[in-house]
Design a protein around this ligand. Structure first.
Ligand SMILES: [Zn+2]
Ligand SMILES: [Zn+2]
Length: 227
């Protein structure tokens, strides 16, 4: 009896301990193709809710019904659902763009959303790297590219650049594949996109092996990237 109670309690802690309910809300503008409306965007433990001041576009999305969430910048959030626009535009998924009227989305709030979503998000809010494993790179664009640094951490890969919309924070377990045809190139593919990097100096095979093992979940991955 007593054992049952304790194990039940431990289970309760396990379920609630990781991600505390830390819902947050912002005053936002909902951008339409023409014009906009205003309201409150609330991210709670179970769903994202938009309460339009005029009531018209008020909506609630359970996290599981969100196909793609993009933290575009500290003041912009884009959400794509699984619904189709209308019978005429079946190929187009319904999207909602919000701009914050005050305040900023913090990296912590971005991570809160990541833990709630059923699918990988596009996370563009990054903080200064703390890892000692830094690669100086150029991210290739169709024309030219942007320069920055890739920081390899135990569980994350972070691309930091002055070209703010290309900043990314990937969880290694959310990366689908990586590739390196030669030591001066690295390709990172996630569920949402592919980034190809030109490395300014030789890619250490130990770093690549570390990423490979983490991403493909191979056994025996040693803690610590550098020796
Ligand atoms: Zn609206
Ligand atoms: Zn770029």
């Amino acid at each position: 009896m007593r054992f049952k109670f304790i194990s039940g309690f431990v289970m309760y802690l396990a379920l609630t301990g990781g991600a505390q309910a830390e819902s947050f809300e912002f005053r936002v503008k909902h951008d339409h193709t023409l014009g906009s409306c205003e309201g409150k965007l609330i991210a709670s433990d179970r769903e994202i809710r938009y309460e339009a001041t005029n009531g018209k576009h008020s909506r609630t999305w359970a996290y599981i019904d969100i196909q793609k969430l993009d933290v575009v910048s500290p003041t912009r959030l884009a959400l794509k659902t699984f619904e189709s626009q209308s019978w005429k535009q079946l190929e187009k998924d319904r999207a909602f763009d919000f701009s914050l009227l005050e305040g900023k989305i913090t990296p912590d709030q971005q991570e809160f959303l990541r833990t709630k979503l059923g699918r990988p998000m596009v996370a563009r809010l990054v903080e200064k790297a703390t890892s000692s494993t830094l690669l100086l790179v150029r991210h290739r664009h169709r024309l030219g590219g942007c320069e920055g640094q890739l920081s390899v951490e135990e569980e994350r890969l972070i691309y930091l650049t002055d070209h703010a919309s290309d900043n990314r924070l990937w969880k290694l377990r959310e990366i689908e594949t990586i590739g390196s045809p030669d030591p001066y190139h690295l390709r990172v593919t996630t569920y949402n996109e592919t980034f190809t990097f030109d490395l300014k100096s030789l890619l250490d095979s130990k770093i690549y092996d570390f990423l490979w093992k983490k991403i493909y979940r191979l056994e025996g991955v040693q803690a610590g990237v550098t020796e």
